[in-house]
Design a binder for this molecule. Structure first.
Ligand code: BTN
Length: 251
């Protein structure tokens, strides 16, 4: 099924495979129906890496982590699908904390350090009426790349620490942490929900936001399990938004 297979590791029930080049690990995992829960597909190069919405994901060949993991989260109701985003974000934060303790989540699920983007998550769910049958979680983590051409405000691990990393080792630890966090979600969703809020940029801090009516100051109150963001503005007005309806100014 895979071409140019270079690595296959069994770590608990996580199966990690790597291929040299693919248009997008998410697109590949979506089409290959044989891939089971806990399967991780890594690649050195994505020729059509996808970001959120219509964005592209920039990553130079062999420099960073670009990969996707498969979940079958049948117990999670479609209306609470954003819990998966929360769990994945927390899995990435837990992995980063020992060496990048200042990493934080920017709603909905970007990983930021020093007001710059270190990692992005692209979650694609398949639903029936009552359950989420299959989820592809794509993660792009900037590791050894120092210069970016198109990404708006990127940062990488090497830019933060001055070190060079073994991407395969980093990927194994990262996806293990994400998979552990997903299992924690299935056992104890309240803990994941509160951990996400503890790590959320703007939860206790005044920030400037911008929506279709203009810019305003406020603090984030909470994020619902369907991903809706609630901001309390400086006039004590409650404002709610879904993805792309509000922006963080200067970030
Ligand atoms: C974002 O816009 O922040 C989401 C970026 C997600 C990028 C990853 S890289 C691996 C996986 N495959 C893709 O095509 N995209 C995701």
């Amino acid at each position: 099924m895979f071409w140019a297979k270079t690595i296959s590791i069994m770590k608990n029930d996580l199966q990690i495979e790597s291929i040299a080049s693919v248009p997008s690990t998410n697109a590949y995992a979506k089409v290959d129906r044989t891939l089971k829960e806990g399967f991780v597909l890594l690649t050195d190069e994505q020729t059509q890496g996808k970001g959120m919405g219509t964005n592209q994901w920039e990553s130079n060949k062999g420099k960073n982590i670009t990969g996707s993991i498969i979940f079958n989260p049948q117990t999670i109701e479609p209306s609470h699908a954003f819990l998966l985003s929360m769990a994945v974000s927390i899995g990435i934060i837990n992995f980063l904390k020992p060496f990048v303790p200042q990493a934080i989540i920017k709603w909905p699920n970007d990983i930021y350090v020093e007001n710059k983007k270190l990692a992005g998550i692209l979650i694609e769910n398949e639903f029936t009426a009552n359950s989420i049958t299959r989820t592809i979680v794509g993660i792009g983590l900037n590791v050894n790349q120092k210069k970016f051409m198109h990404a708006p405000n990127p940062i990488s691990l090497t830019m933060l620490t001055g070190k060079t990393y073994q991407t395969k080792e980093v990927a194994q630890a990262l996806f293990t942490s994400v998979y552990n966090s997903y299992h924690e979600l299935k056992q104890d969703p309240e803990t994941i929900y509160s951990e996400y809020h503890e790590q959320l940029l703007g939860i206790n801090t005044q920030l400037t936001f911008c929506d279709k009516t203009g810019s305003f100051e406020g603090k984030i109150e909470q994020v619902d399990t369907d991903g809706m963001l609630t901001i309390l503005d400086n006039q004590n007005r409650v404002r709610t938004y879904y993805f792309k309806e509000v922006e963080f100014k200067n970030l």
